[in-house]
Design a protein around this ligand. Structure first.
Ligand code: NAP
Length: 243
């Protein structure tokens, strides 16, 4: 009776730490070049779309799925929800709460990357905290100086005319580190995905301290599935399923 945990977030790691002794397999997309080992047997790489995921669940005797992927990993989340519903396999999404603007924050909300261009003026120096994989979408910010924070530097050019650079680093970063970075790089705007989570909020706290505006990319819509907001609630659900 194997439980599959779709990982790739710190919540997934925490969940797996709470599942020691349970028959569980973790799954990573394999996009981070040197991921830190997870505390569970781990498979890596895509499943091969909807069909591949269905085949995997059936051939590996998966009896439950916890989707602890990033809130912006919409494709995997959609696939898992639909196939689990089809196969009647218990399934839950654990997704931390969204960040909410506080007094002093200047956030501008968008649903798509293309809409960031409606707010950020040409010539501005922009911190992109949106990850490596979607950098190619920021061609809409032509004429701005983009500085992208990434865990792994891209191997090939990701954006024609990319006039900025990469800030290589692995989170978490303290508020003090973020303030120092934004000052040093003369950052004028931030673009951030609404990932949520206390640890990675520090860039937003730093932006507030420095009165920097933020374009906040809203989360993609969740599928029709059971969703919990904390790792503890996901652990309770796993136990209630009999693991
Ligand atoms: P995505 O767009 O939803 O997924 C793209 C494809 O990657 C999926 O169709 C699937 O390939 C494969 N995949 C995604 N998550 C997987 C997992 N946990 N195990 C096995 N295959 C997986 O996701 P994404 O935005 O590219 O994110 C990829 C991974 O990075 C996820 O695990 C996510 O948690 C993590 N991550 C994403 C972000 C972000 O901003 N999107 C940020 C931090 C971490 P097949 O169709 O071949 O099965």
């Amino acid at each position: 009776m194997t439980l599959l945990v779709l990982a790739g977030t710190s919540d997934a790691r925490q969940l797996l730490e709470g599942l020691q002794g349970v028959d569980v397999v973790a799954s990573l997309a394999g996009v981070t070049r040197s991921p830190v080992d997870l505390p569970a047997i781990t498979r890596k790489g895509g499943f091969g779309g909807v069909k591949g995921f269905r085949d995997y669940l059936l051939s590996h005797g998966i009896k439950g799925v916890v989707d602890a992927t990033h809130p912006f990993a919409a494709k995997m989340t959609q696939t898992a929800a639909s196939i689990c519903a089809e196969l009647n396999i218990p399934h839950i999404i654990v997704q931390r709460l969204e960040w909410v603007a506080d007094v002093g924050d200047q956030w501008y909300y968008v649903d798509t990357v293309a809409q960031t261009a409606n707010y950020i003026p040409k010539g501005a120096t922009v911190f992109l905290g949106t990850g490596r994989q979607t950098l190619h979408e920021f061609s809409c910010l032509e004429g701005r100086k983009l500085l992208a924070r990434v865990i792994d530097p891209p191997k090939a050019p990701v954006l024609a005319g990319f006039a900025g650079g990469f800030l290589i680093g692995t989170p978490p970063f303290s508020i003090e580190q973020e303030v120092a970075l934004f000052k040093e790089k003369n950052i004028e705007w931030l673009v951030v995905k609404n990932a949520g989570g206390a640890k990675s909020r520090s860039k937003l706290d730093a932006a507030r301290i420095l009165s920097l505006p933020v374009v906040m990319i809203n989360r993609p819509k969740l599928p029709d599935a059971k969703v919990v907001g904390t790792v503890d609630a996901a652990l309770d659900w796993v136990r209630a399923q009999g693991w």
